[in-house]
Design a protein around this ligand. Structure first.
Ligand code: AMP
Length: 543
């Protein structure tokens, strides 16, 4: 089976488009379907949405079109308008380098626009059966130059009652043609259709005998495509994973997601095929040394790497197949340790999820998205158990003397309440932003929790993630509004409603004098942060 796109004998233009899309290697359906389709053979392929099936038929179509010839050379027949638009976009993205033109046509869209485009001439038409049939009947679409037909999501088209329309279309295509039939399931009716219209098709099915690691709990969340980032952020806030690998499908998604997470305050490392070996090593080291809590990766980049066991594997994009799934989640729950695997699934991908479940013979549990109250409760739980551990371990002993003094003036319970309040608002929770107090008002500002480097001053800014502030916004605001060179800015710790910034003394002075910076249309106050003087419960500045 070919493992790289270049082994598939593709043109330089298409290889370039594939690279621009960020695909690193062919998915299983692509590796299996592209060679026979490039050779002109008929194909029956069992594949769900999410497996890369669109490119599996789009690439051979694009490569086999003769751009010097006029007339529609390929048609893709599929069940819905959304799919028509998506597939046409994919054909364009992969084929524009070769000069391939494509037109989606579907019911509900005005005819005149479609007519104009059809008249001008396109190589590929992607459409729903009814609308294609209408155009053929009106002779506004001629199929006598068509040599390739793909039936995409064929089982769904039959379920929707399109069989006759499909037969009508196939009967109008010249006898010398190639047909690709793609379907998530192959029931008897699909078999009958294939027997009637296809010639000695190559049959493609990706079946695995795979089982998953028993120690790993497996969950999934349904999420619309658009909300994936917000859903992920909510999950991370809830789970507070000590270390997590997040898998994306493409290099580009890795870059985008890593940047988005970084700007939301998660220390994030990223690896994919386009990142140099040296840079990858640095990123990995940051992850291994716990300087980065999250590693975002493609399958290819993560393969064969010595990555330590992690507490969470998150599939930001569902993998192509059960093999890839098992491989990914094998990064957690090793050697008896507990692990969690979480998969984000868009509505269109639920069939792929179920087929992965079937092949791994393990059901994943669907979870509801945690609410802010759930997140606060989870943090409270974590805090209480940390408190219990501290009591049992006797780690609080050094504060005994301090407590004796205070006990002269106050009730022990009152002291405990105040101490809890300070700990809660001052970094006692996992992420140190005190938000486990949730619902009880905005927490007080925590103090900066690590020592400032020599020659640097720590600043406190009263705006944070909730105000849409990202680290780069702070650097830019200091540079443009206070004339501070970006290179003098050190560590930035961004929290929900405030931030700490380390800065060289001279620059910090300027910013403190100015006192205010404009951020996202609002004003934020800047002052020198008050350093913490002792561990945890040490005396605090007056508010
Ligand atoms: P599909 O099953 O065709 O709906 O494709 C699902 C998703 O996978 C789409 O977002 C594609 O852009 C993406 N995709 C397709 N082929 C690859 C590949 N070889 N590597 C990474 N992503 C891919």
């Amino acid at each position: 089976m070919p493992t790289t796109f270049s082994e598939l004998g593709l043109s330089a233009e298409v290889l370039e488009s594939i690279n621009a899309l960020g695909y690193e290697e062919p998915s299983p359906i692509q590796a299996l379907a592209i060679p026979p389709m490039m050779a002109g053979r008929d194909v029956v392929a069992q594949a769900q949405t999410g497996t890369g099936k669109t490119a599996a038929f789009a690439i051979p179509i694009i490569e086999r079109i003769n751009t010097r010839r006029a007339g529609v050379q390929a048609i893709v027949v599929l069940p819905t308008r959304e799919l028509a638009v998506q597939v046409a976009e994919a054909v364009h993205a992969l084929g524009h380098g070769r000069g391939i033109t494509v037109l989606p046509i579907y019911g509900g869209q005005p005819y005149d626009r479609q007519l104009r485009a059809l008249k001008a001439g396109v190589h590929v038409v992607v459409g729903t059966p009814g609308r294609i049939m209408d155009h053929v009947r009106r002779e506004t679409l001629r199929l006598d130059t068509t040599s390739m037909v793909v039936l995409d999501e064929a089982d769904e088209m039959l379920d929707m009652g399109f069989l006759e329309d499909i037969e009508f279309i196939l009967d109008k295509v010249p006898a010398e043609r190639q047909i690709g039939l793609f379907s998530a399931t192959i029931p008897a009716r699909i078999e009958a259709l294939a027997r009637r219209y296809l010639r000695e098709p190559e049959r493609i099915m990706i079946a695995q005998e795979t089982r998953t690691a028993p120690q790993t709990q497996q969950f999934w969340y349904e999420t619309p495509y658009r909300s994936k980032l917000d859903v992920l952020a909510r999950i991370l806030d809830f789970e507070q994973p000590p270390s997590a690998i997040i898998f994306c499908r493409t290099k580009r998604e890795v870059d985008t997601l890593a940047e988005a997470l970084q700007s939301r305050g998660y220390s994030t490392a990223a690896i994919h095929g386009d990142i140099s070996q040296a840079q990858r090593e640095l990123q990995l080291r940051a992850f291994r040394d716990n300087r980065a809590e999250i590693l975002v990766a493609t399958d290819v980049a993560a393969r064969g790497l010595d990555i330590p066991d992690v507490s969470h594997v998150i599939n930001y994009d569902i993998p192509d197949d059960a093999d890839a799934y098992v491989h990914r989640i094998g990064r957690t729950g090793r050697m008896g340790a507990k692990g969690e695997a979480i998969t984000l699934v868009t509505p269109r991908e639920t069939r792929l999820l179920h087929s992965i479940e079937q092949q791994t013979r393990k059901k994943m549990k669907q979870l509801k998205l945690p609410t802010q109250a759930d997140i606060a409760a989870r943090r409270r739980e974590a805090f209480v158990s940390a408190l219990r551990e501290t009591i049992e371990s006797g780690a609080g002993e050094p504060f005994g003397r301090l407590l004796e003094g205070l006990a002269q003036e106050h009730e022990p319970l009152a002291i405990a309440r105040a101490a809890l309040y300070l700990a809660a608002t001052g970094g006692g929770s996992g992420r140190g932003d005190g938000s486990f107090v949730g619902g009880e008002g905005e927490p007080a500002e925590p103090e900066p929790d690590s020592a400032v480097e020599a020659g640097m001053v720590r600043l406190f800014i009263d705006a944070g993630r909730k105000q849409g502030v990202r680290p780069q916004d702070l650097v830019e605001a200091f540079a443009t509004q206070a004339g501070v060179a970006p290179s003098t800015v050190g560590t930035i710790d961004l929290y929900d409603s405030f931030a700490f910034v380390d800065m060289r003394t001279a620059g910090a002075k300027k910013v403190i004098e100015q006192g205010v910076v404009r951020l996202h249309g609002g004003e934020a106050h800047v002052k020198k942060a008050v350093p913490r003087t002792g561990a945890g419960a040490g005396p605090r500045r007056k508010k």
